[in-house]
Ligand binder design. Structure first.
Ligand SMILES: CC(C)(COP(=O)(O)OP(=O)(O)OC[C@H]1O[C@@H](n2cnc3c(N)ncnc32)[C@H](O)[C@@H]1OP(=O)(O)O)[C@@H](O)C(=O)NCCC(=O)NCCS
Length: 177
């Protein structure tokens, strides 16, 4: 059995990634990623995610300043477990709602400690990208995500109020040094 590690997206994890994507869709996440289309051209999907200058952060591209992000996958024993997206800088939307770092563990693998691992392991990558302090935003009612962020040193700054389009978010800053 191997230890979990962060890695660039790769063809090696096709089956478990597609299974996880179905799990994410079932909870309303990553709906812009079409499973059928991705499975038809998995190499093309991976190539886009691995773009050297960053993958363009997807939602709201039409009305906010585009921001590149580095996408990393948490893997263990040749299985995909989760994703962390590290946005290279903030735009006004990320500053209020999205943050620099977004991490997610596939639903069937939650509650096993991988949430804390994925965030801890992402901090040196953020630092390498020039981010000294990272903003992480979280659903105020998400006790497990808040516990993870605080246990990794995150300090609560404030809470962004909900709008018609976006939910309330607590904003934490975390030291990446
Ligand atoms: C947040 C998320 C990544 C957590 O993943 P996970 O793999 O379940 O996390 P862990 O197993 O590391 O558990 C985190 C901690 O929360 C605790 N926890 C779980 N449910 C809890 C609850 N209802 N109340 C309080 N603590 C809780 C766990 O006991 C654990 O604490 P411990 O390390 O002291 O035992 C996962 O739920 C997820 O992908 N959510 C959707 C995306 C998201 O909200 N991301 C975070 C904001 S960017």
């Amino acid at each position: 059995m191997s230890a979990s590690k962060l890695t660039r997206p790769s063809l090696d994890f096709k089956d478990s990634f597609l299974e996880a994507l179905a799990e994410y869709h079932a909870e309303g996440r990553y709906l812009h990623q079409d499973i059928h289309r991705i499975s038809q051209d998995f190499p093309g999907f991976i190539e886009a995610l691995r773009a050297e200058r960053g993958y363009p952060h997807q939602p709201y591209q039409d009305w906010v300043e585009p921001v590149p992000e580095t996408v990393l996958w948490l893997v263990k024993d040749d299985q995909y477990l989760g994703t962390v997206d590290i946005r290279h800088r903030l735009n006004w939307h990320l500053e209020k709602w999205g943050g620099h770092i977004h991490f997610v563990v596939r639903p069937s693998m939650r509650g096993k400690g991988f949430g804390k691992k994925i965030l801890l392991k992402s901090l040196p990558f953020a630092n390498y990208l020039g981010i000294k302090k990272a903003l992480i935003t979280v659903d105020p009612h998400d006790a497990s995500a808040k516990k993870i962020i605080e246990s990794c040193g995150g300090k609560l700054e404030d809470e962004t109020l909900a709008t018609e389009q976006f939910p309330a978010r607590q904003r934490y800053w975390i030291d990446c040094n």
